[in-house]
Design a protein around this ligand. Structure first.
Ligand code: SAM
Length: 262
């Protein structure tokens, strides 16, 4: 589950890039800071962060070696000494009280233990350091999740999902603010916003759902024809929606500060 089809993610992740652009504008930077990108993926968003740090540095952290390998190939030539890479879990960042800021997009919902996550982020920041992040939250992809549950209960698929474990934490804003406060953060602010994404056609919808959203489901299915049938059913339902092939994304925005002076 920790590995991704990273080359495909790199190609299909335009929606994540679009989500990230306004999140980046929430992070004030002078250009010489040290920033950790938590869950950097293949580095498309990290690239935008690096462009804002001509005299600074980004530590790109990810749990997937496939993702990090693509990110390294994508970023190293252009940014050389500006960028570093670390294979690590967000709940145990390999940095202590040094980062000026932590930035993260489309990642925290993959981390089930948010209290442990926020403690780890807090420990990595220097006093006065900022956390600016966005992930799935609130009713994120509820329609698609309900369709998955319905399919998982059908006789064709039910035997494979007896040990199903929910792969995401889609927290609400109030819970997130409380957890940030409990971890020691000041000025904690969280909010949830609707961010629907339209896929252009059945093929794009199928590829995106296969390689991004339903990765966890597909790991429970032992044969390719079963996996293909599962995604086909979801694509057929999305084709009947209005608008067609819409992903009902909701994003949780997170802003907080570690108390103290640098
Ligand atoms: C949807 S991708 C987002 C990548 C990038 N931030 C973007 O917006 O395109 C989620 C990333 O989070 C990483 N991830 C998931 N759980 C993680 C964890 N516990 N610690 C670090 N990275 C994690 C995944 O490996 C994946 O690269």
């Amino acid at each position: 589950m920790r590995e991704w089809t990273a080359e495909t993610y790199h190609r299909v992740s335009d929606p994540m890039l679009a989500f990230a652009v306004p999140v980046l504008t929430r992070l004030p930077l002078d250009g010489d800071e040290t920033v950790i990108d938590v869950g950097c993926g293949t580095g498309r968003v990290t690239e935008l962060l690096l462009e804002r740090l001509p005299a600074g540095r980004v530590l790109s952290v990810d749990l997937s070696s496939n993702m990090l390998n693509v990110a390294r190939r994508y970023l190293s030539d252009r940014f050389q000494r500006q960028v570093g890479f670390a294979l690590a879990d967000a709940t145990a960042l390999p940095v202590s009280a040094r980062a000026d800021a932590i930035f993260s997009t489309a990642t925290f919902h993959w981390v089930l233990d948010h209290p442990a996550l926020f403690r780890s982020l807090y420990a990595a920041l220097r006093p006065g350091g900022r956390l600016v992040a966005q992930c799935g939250g609130g009713p994120n992809i509820r329609r698609l999740r309900e369709r998955c549950y319905a399919l998982m209960r059908t006789p064709a698929f039910a035997p494979y999902f007896t040990a199903w474990r929910e792969p995401w934490e889609f927290a609400d804003a109030a819970t997130t603010e409380r957890r940030l406060h409990d971890a020691g953060f000041a000025d904690a602010q969280a909010s949830v916003e609707a961010s629907p994404v339209l896929q252009p056609d059945a093929a794009a919808y199928t590829e995106f759902v296969t390689n991004v959203i339903c990765r966890p489901h597909l790991t429970y299915l032992p044969e390719e024809p079963l996996r293909a049938r599962f995604i086909e059913r979801l694509t057929e339902q999305a084709a009947a929606d209005s608008p067609r092939y819409e992903l009902d994304y909701w994003r949780l925005n997170i802003d907080a500060r570690k108390p103290g002076m640098p």
